[in-house]
Every structure is written in C-alpha cells, then in structure tokens.
Ligand binder design. Sequence first.
Ligand code: AMP
Ligand code: FE
Ligand code: FE
Ligand code: ZN
Length: 285
Amino acid sequence: MFADLHLHTTASDGINTPAEVVTLAKEKGFSAIAVTDHDTTSGLEEALKAGAGYSIEVIPGIELSTLEGEIEIHILGYYPDPECSALQNMLSQIMVARSTRAQKMVEKLQETGIDIDIERVKEIAGGKFIGRPHIASALLEKGYINDLSEAFTDDFIGRDGRGYVERFKLSPKEGINILKKAQAIPVLAHPGYLSKGEPVSKAEIAALKNDGLQGLEVYYSKYTSAQNEFYLSCAKEYSLLVTGGSDCHGQPDQINSLGSIKLSYNYVEALKKEKSKQLAINRGK
Ligand code: AMP
Ligand code: FE
Ligand code: FE
Ligand code: ZN
C-alpha cells in the first residue's frame, strides 16, 4: 500500500480536476492520496466524493504559500476543517490578492511590450485561483516562451523578473497558526526547494517547529537520496512527522508526475493517528 501526500488540481494550478486526479491515482494503484491545492480548499469536496466512489482514500489538505522576508515557504496542512471561518476568511483575502497581483503582473509585462491580456489569463485559470503558471500558459500560447519554466526567469515572472509582483504577505508562523486554528496538521513542504536562498537548514526547521510545525516533507519527487536522508534525520531529531509527495501538477512525463513518489502507507497511519490525538485533545478542551 502506498500514498502520495502532495497533489494539485484545477482548484489551484493543476491541470486535472480533483475527480480526474483521484481516478488517475486509483489507476496507478495508490491506496491514499492527499489533495493539497495552493491556498484553497475548494477542490476537496469533489475529491472526497470521487475517493468514496472509487474506493481510494482521499486525505483533505492545502498548501499555504507563505513568505519569510523574500523566501517563499510552503506549508502543507492535512485534514483542515473547511468550515473554519478564520481559515476561509484568510483564503478569501488571499484569492482577492492573487487576482489583483495577476492583473499587475500582466500590466508590467505589457509595459515591456508583451501582448497578453488579463481576460485570457483568467480564462486559462478557469476559477478563482490565479497563479503564475496561468500567466506562463498565456505567454506560451502567444509564443513568447517555448516551455512553461521559461516564464519563471528574469525576463518574465521569475522572482526577480521584470513582470514579477509579490504575493500576499503571510508569514510561515501566521500560516502555521491559521492551519492549527482549522485543526490541520502543518507540514513543511519541499524544504529542499524554496525560492531564494539556501535549502531550509536545521536551525530554520527548529524555529518552525517552535512555531508549531508538526511534520516535514522528507520524500519529494525532486530530491536526491542525500536530501531524503538529511530531512529524515531532521524529522527524527525534531520529532516531526514524516510525509512525502510528488507535487504533481498534472503535466505528464515530468520528474514530479504521479507515481514518482510512492510513500509507505505507514506514514499515512502516523498522520491519521496524530489527527485523532489532536481531535481528542481539542474535544477535551
Ligand atoms: P505563485 O504562487 O502564483 O507565485 O506561483 C507559484 C507556482 O508556480 C508554483 O506552485 C509552481 O506550480 C509554479 N512554478 C514555480 N516555479 C516554476 C518553474 N521554474 N517552472 C514551472 N513552474 C514553476
Ligand atoms: Fe503550483
Ligand atoms: Fe510548493
Ligand atoms: Zn505543491
């Protein structure tokens, strides 16, 4: 039995709908998957329903985009209560900010002579969530780039890019707090892959643990085995739950495609145990 605890759908910047992700995972023999869209829980209902229909365990999740200074830190949250008003209020603010930001990024690109328009970007996004990958797709279809990753450079919307606009400012600590309010288990996503700066160090992991972090994404599609070992040792040292996932966005034949990570189901058991423990504690309060 194996699992993938980090997947995206059309609810954020993935290509496949939540139901499609579930059926694809079932076809590949997964016992459990977590749907962890960026800054939204809107895909969870569909995913959970599909999971029940196809007899595959769907773990509800989210991946919050946070900023520590200029460093992007993504915090996964497992089993959030989607009804939590503090969480949903925050997510609505983030969605509005994403929309304004996309508009500004398009304007900045237009100022450099690039002919793309926000209406097309919105159409590509197809929903409330607009991220840089949707702008990248608009650049691709107009022939400005040959590959989506080319958009994430200085010429376009890489962090130091001519068209870049900063995201909504939420610190990792605030992100962890809001996840905890929603009774989710906060886990640091891809500690080896954060934009700007070095991979997260032990000291930073210790600081996040102090802020309430409960797990570490030890297994990740893009890690080397040395990185797996390093983050496994960090998880042990700081008593953090071990998770793992592909971070698949639906593009086929990529390093992070579905099936690139087959996490032992034992880690899912441990995550569920932690969730039950937390629920029991909260009930007793
Ligand atoms: P945003 O949250 O709107 O700033 O967009 C970040 C998203 O862009 C990430 O979640 C990835 O899906 C995607 N992304 C970031 N860097 C790259 C890259 N170099 N190539 C392709 N996609 C990327
Ligand atoms: Fe993404
Ligand atoms: Fe991420
Ligand atoms: Zn992700």
